[in-house]
Design a protein around this ligand. Structure first.
Ligand code: ZN
Length: 248
Protein backbone atom coordinates (compact mmCIF):
# COMPACT_ATOMS: atom_id res chain seq x y z
CA UNK A 1 0.00 0.00 0.00
CA UNK A 2 1.41 3.37 -1.05
CA UNK A 3 0.33 6.60 0.61
CA UNK A 4 0.38 8.61 -2.62
CA UNK A 5 -1.92 6.09 -4.32
CA UNK A 6 -4.32 5.87 -1.36
CA UNK A 7 -7.37 7.95 -0.46
CA UNK A 8 -7.71 9.49 3.01
CA UNK A 9 -10.39 6.97 4.08
CA UNK A 10 -7.95 4.19 3.18
CA UNK A 11 -5.24 5.79 5.33
CA UNK A 12 -7.73 6.25 8.17
CA UNK A 13 -8.66 2.59 7.93
CA UNK A 14 -4.96 1.53 7.83
CA UNK A 15 -4.40 3.52 11.04
CA UNK A 16 -7.09 1.45 12.77
CA UNK A 17 -4.97 -1.65 11.97
CA UNK A 18 -1.38 -0.35 12.15
CA UNK A 19 0.41 2.80 13.31
CA UNK A 20 3.70 2.24 11.45
CA UNK A 21 4.74 3.78 8.13
CA UNK A 22 7.83 3.16 6.01
CA UNK A 23 9.50 6.20 4.42
CA UNK A 24 12.13 5.54 1.73
CA UNK A 25 14.82 8.23 2.05
CA UNK A 26 17.68 8.81 -0.36
CA UNK A 27 19.51 11.30 -2.49
CA UNK A 28 19.62 12.77 -5.98
CA UNK A 29 23.30 12.60 -6.92
CA UNK A 30 25.69 11.43 -9.59
CA UNK A 31 26.29 7.69 -9.67
CA UNK A 32 29.09 7.35 -12.18
CA UNK A 33 28.88 7.01 -15.97
CA UNK A 34 26.10 4.38 -16.11
CA UNK A 35 24.28 4.98 -12.81
CA UNK A 36 21.03 6.93 -12.51
CA UNK A 37 21.01 10.19 -10.54
CA UNK A 38 18.08 8.81 -8.57
CA UNK A 39 19.86 5.60 -7.54
CA UNK A 40 19.89 6.23 -3.78
CA UNK A 41 16.19 7.13 -3.78
CA UNK A 42 15.09 4.42 -6.25
CA UNK A 43 16.72 1.56 -4.30
CA UNK A 44 14.86 2.02 -0.99
CA UNK A 45 11.71 3.00 -2.92
CA UNK A 46 11.52 -0.19 -5.01
CA UNK A 47 12.28 -2.38 -1.97
CA UNK A 48 9.59 -0.66 0.13
CA UNK A 49 7.05 -0.72 -2.73
CA UNK A 50 7.52 -4.45 -3.33
CA UNK A 51 7.24 -5.15 0.41
CA UNK A 52 4.10 -3.00 0.52
CA UNK A 53 2.58 -5.16 -2.23
CA UNK A 54 3.24 -8.34 -0.21
CA UNK A 55 1.99 -7.36 3.23
CA UNK A 56 -0.23 -4.75 4.88
CA UNK A 57 2.44 -2.04 5.07
CA UNK A 58 1.94 1.62 4.24
CA UNK A 59 4.79 3.19 2.26
CA UNK A 60 5.07 6.98 2.30
CA UNK A 61 6.39 9.24 -0.43
CA UNK A 62 10.14 9.02 -1.03
CA UNK A 63 12.26 11.71 0.63
CA UNK A 64 14.45 11.88 -2.44
CA UNK A 65 16.98 14.69 -1.91
CA UNK A 66 19.60 14.42 0.84
CA UNK A 67 23.23 15.11 1.73
CA UNK A 68 25.07 15.26 -1.59
CA UNK A 69 27.46 18.18 -1.14
CA UNK A 70 30.50 16.15 -2.24
CA UNK A 71 28.81 15.21 -5.54
CA UNK A 72 28.04 18.80 -6.54
CA UNK A 73 30.87 19.01 -9.14
CA UNK A 74 28.76 16.66 -11.31
CA UNK A 75 25.71 18.08 -13.14
CA UNK A 76 22.29 16.99 -11.95
CA UNK A 77 23.16 16.53 -8.29
CA UNK A 78 20.86 18.31 -5.81
CA UNK A 79 21.75 18.71 -2.14
CA UNK A 80 20.15 19.94 1.06
CA UNK A 81 22.07 21.59 3.88
CA UNK A 82 21.91 19.39 7.01
CA UNK A 83 19.75 21.98 8.79
CA UNK A 84 17.24 22.04 5.89
CA UNK A 85 17.02 18.25 5.79
CA UNK A 86 16.52 18.00 9.56
CA UNK A 87 13.75 20.63 9.42
CA UNK A 88 12.00 18.86 6.53
CA UNK A 89 12.22 15.43 8.18
CA UNK A 90 10.71 16.86 11.38
CA UNK A 91 7.82 18.38 9.41
CA UNK A 92 7.17 15.04 7.67
CA UNK A 93 7.23 13.21 11.01
CA UNK A 94 5.01 15.75 12.76
CA UNK A 95 2.48 15.61 9.93
CA UNK A 96 2.32 11.83 10.23
CA UNK A 97 2.20 11.96 14.03
CA UNK A 98 -0.72 14.40 13.82
CA UNK A 99 -2.72 11.65 12.08
CA UNK A 100 -1.84 9.01 14.63
CA UNK A 101 1.28 7.35 13.23
CA UNK A 102 3.50 6.27 16.14
CA UNK A 103 6.38 4.57 14.36
CA UNK A 104 8.32 5.72 11.33
CA UNK A 105 10.73 3.28 9.68
CA UNK A 106 13.12 5.28 7.48
CA UNK A 107 14.60 2.99 4.81
CA UNK A 108 17.73 4.80 3.71
CA UNK A 109 19.60 4.55 0.40
CA UNK A 110 22.55 6.90 0.97
CA UNK A 111 25.41 6.49 3.44
CA UNK A 112 26.00 10.26 3.44
CA UNK A 113 22.53 10.77 4.97
CA UNK A 114 23.15 8.74 8.12
CA UNK A 115 24.61 11.45 10.38
CA UNK A 116 21.88 13.93 9.43
CA UNK A 117 19.04 11.42 9.82
CA UNK A 118 20.35 10.52 13.27
CA UNK A 119 20.54 14.23 14.17
CA UNK A 120 16.95 14.68 12.95
CA UNK A 121 15.79 11.86 15.25
CA UNK A 122 17.57 13.58 18.12
CA UNK A 123 15.80 16.89 17.32
CA UNK A 124 12.43 15.10 17.16
CA UNK A 125 12.93 13.41 20.51
CA UNK A 126 14.07 16.70 22.08
CA UNK A 127 10.90 18.33 20.79
CA UNK A 128 8.74 15.56 22.25
CA UNK A 129 10.53 15.54 25.61
CA UNK A 130 10.46 19.32 25.99
CA UNK A 131 6.80 19.62 24.99
CA UNK A 132 5.36 17.09 27.45
CA UNK A 133 5.40 17.28 31.22
CA UNK A 134 6.03 14.21 33.33
CA UNK A 135 6.09 11.75 30.44
CA UNK A 136 9.29 10.29 29.10
CA UNK A 137 7.65 7.96 26.61
CA UNK A 138 8.06 9.38 23.12
CA UNK A 139 4.82 9.62 21.16
CA UNK A 140 6.73 8.80 18.00
CA UNK A 141 9.51 6.29 17.48
CA UNK A 142 11.86 6.39 14.52
CA UNK A 143 14.05 3.68 13.11
CA UNK A 144 16.81 3.98 10.51
CA UNK A 145 17.88 1.09 8.32
CA UNK A 146 20.25 1.30 5.35
CA UNK A 147 18.82 -1.06 2.73
CA UNK A 148 22.18 -2.78 2.10
CA UNK A 149 22.34 -3.62 5.82
CA UNK A 150 19.05 -5.54 5.77
CA UNK A 151 19.63 -9.14 6.82
CA UNK A 152 21.30 -11.20 4.09
CA UNK A 153 21.63 -8.39 1.54
CA UNK A 154 25.34 -7.61 1.95
CA UNK A 155 26.30 -11.30 1.73
CA UNK A 156 24.28 -11.66 -1.45
CA UNK A 157 25.89 -8.55 -3.01
CA UNK A 158 29.39 -9.91 -2.26
CA UNK A 159 28.41 -13.25 -3.78
CA UNK A 160 27.01 -11.60 -6.94
CA UNK A 161 29.93 -9.19 -7.35
CA UNK A 162 33.08 -10.64 -5.75
CA UNK A 163 35.21 -7.87 -7.31
CA UNK A 164 34.50 -4.21 -8.03
CA UNK A 165 31.64 -3.71 -5.55
CA UNK A 166 33.41 -0.60 -4.21
CA UNK A 167 31.63 2.04 -2.16
CA UNK A 168 29.98 4.48 -4.57
CA UNK A 169 28.10 3.68 -7.78
CA UNK A 170 28.30 0.01 -6.86
CA UNK A 171 27.20 -2.74 -9.27
CA UNK A 172 24.67 -3.84 -6.61
CA UNK A 173 22.83 -0.54 -6.33
CA UNK A 174 22.96 0.07 -10.09
CA UNK A 175 21.52 -3.46 -10.61
CA UNK A 176 18.62 -2.64 -8.28
CA UNK A 177 17.79 0.49 -10.31
CA UNK A 178 18.06 -1.46 -13.59
CA UNK A 179 15.59 -3.99 -12.19
CA UNK A 180 13.27 -1.11 -11.22
CA UNK A 181 13.68 0.75 -14.55
CA UNK A 182 15.04 -1.65 -17.21
CA UNK A 183 14.48 0.89 -19.99
CA UNK A 184 16.99 3.26 -18.34
CA UNK A 185 19.95 0.86 -18.45
CA UNK A 186 23.15 2.38 -19.86
CA UNK A 187 26.07 0.42 -21.27
CA UNK A 188 29.35 2.28 -20.77
CA UNK A 189 32.95 1.03 -21.00
CA UNK A 190 34.70 1.98 -17.74
CA UNK A 191 38.30 3.19 -17.63
CA UNK A 192 39.91 2.12 -15.38
CA UNK A 193 37.73 -0.96 -14.98
CA UNK A 194 37.74 -0.60 -11.19
CA UNK A 195 37.66 2.99 -9.92
CA UNK A 196 40.17 4.31 -7.33
CA UNK A 197 39.53 4.51 -3.58
CA UNK A 198 40.21 7.60 -1.48
CA UNK A 199 38.87 10.06 1.07
CA UNK A 200 35.71 12.14 0.56
CA UNK A 201 36.09 15.90 1.02
CA UNK A 202 34.61 18.86 -0.87
CA UNK A 203 33.04 18.70 -4.33
CA UNK A 204 36.04 19.90 -6.39
CA UNK A 205 38.41 17.57 -4.56
CA UNK A 206 36.01 14.68 -5.17
CA UNK A 207 35.93 15.22 -8.93
CA UNK A 208 39.74 15.47 -9.06
CA UNK A 209 40.14 12.16 -7.19
CA UNK A 210 37.24 10.34 -8.83
CA UNK A 211 36.92 11.84 -12.35
CA UNK A 212 33.94 9.74 -13.48
CA UNK A 213 32.23 9.74 -10.08
CA UNK A 214 32.77 6.11 -9.02
CA UNK A 215 34.65 5.04 -5.87
CA UNK A 216 36.29 1.61 -5.94
CA UNK A 217 33.58 0.08 -8.11
CA UNK A 218 32.94 -1.49 -11.50
CA UNK A 219 29.23 -0.89 -12.14
CA UNK A 220 29.54 -2.11 -15.75
CA UNK A 221 28.74 -5.50 -14.13
CA UNK A 222 25.24 -4.26 -13.18
CA UNK A 223 22.35 -6.35 -14.52
CA UNK A 224 18.60 -6.76 -14.06
CA UNK A 225 18.81 -10.36 -12.80
CA UNK A 226 21.18 -9.42 -9.97
CA UNK A 227 18.91 -6.48 -9.08
CA UNK A 228 15.90 -8.78 -8.88
CA UNK A 229 17.71 -11.13 -6.47
CA UNK A 230 18.91 -8.26 -4.26
CA UNK A 231 15.42 -6.75 -4.10
CA UNK A 232 13.87 -10.12 -3.19
CA UNK A 233 16.32 -10.59 -0.30
CA UNK A 234 15.80 -7.02 0.90
CA UNK A 235 11.99 -7.29 0.73
CA UNK A 236 11.96 -10.44 2.88
CA UNK A 237 14.17 -8.80 5.50
CA UNK A 238 12.20 -5.55 5.47
CA UNK A 239 8.89 -7.36 6.05
CA UNK A 240 10.39 -9.06 9.12
CA UNK A 241 11.83 -5.86 10.52
CA UNK A 242 8.62 -3.95 9.88
CA UNK A 243 6.63 -6.53 11.88
CA UNK A 244 9.10 -6.49 14.77
CA UNK A 245 9.25 -2.68 14.83
CA UNK A 246 5.44 -2.36 14.66
CA UNK A 247 5.06 -4.74 17.60
CA UNK A 248 7.79 -3.08 19.70
ZN1 ZN B 1 24.46 5.30 -3.96
Amino acid sequence: MQLVLSSWPEVESYLSRCRTIVIPIGSTEQHGPNGLLGTDAICPEIIAKKAGEEVDMLVGPTFNVGQAQHHMAFPGTITLRPSTMIAAMIDWAQSLSRHGFERIYWLNGHGGNVATITAAFSEMYHGITFSRSGANTPSIRCMLRNWWELHGVMDLCRQLFPTGEGSHATPSEVSVTYFAYPASQKRVVMTPKIAPHGPIRDAEDYRRRFPDGRIGSDPSQANVEAGEKIVAAAVAALVNEFRTFSAS
